[in-house]
Write a protein of this length. Sequence first.
Length: 146
Amino acid sequence: MYVASGAVVIALAGCGSTGGSFANKPRPATPVNLTVYINSARVSVSPASVGAGPVVFIVTNQASKTESLTISAAPAGSAPLATTGPINPQATAEVTVDFQNPGDYTVNTSGGGTSQAAQSTPSAIAPATLHVGTPRPNGSNQLLQP
């Protein structure tokens, strides 16, 4: 008798709750990798246009001196969205930005060096422009995504 009632209790406990609902929130868009190439003359971003959502910038510094990368909204003087630390010549770095708003963004370098004064001086390297379009679809229907 005790064995039968114990089996019924275990079977009912395994069924789970039937009264609540599960809020199935959509996952964010799958991150897009962009490559950023810095040389002594300019910054290049490839591709130059992407939909809004998470973006991973993979940066290579091919300039002759240490550079830092700054990503900010297109109007000059706006606060940066992301900044890398100093990137040595022939080295790479990675930075992630979640773009929420469509528009144009500036990908620029700041002066090389280890002091804050050296990093805040304007760079002679021409910046790149990244166009962010409408939001990308969510990643809910993509298999094997984290």
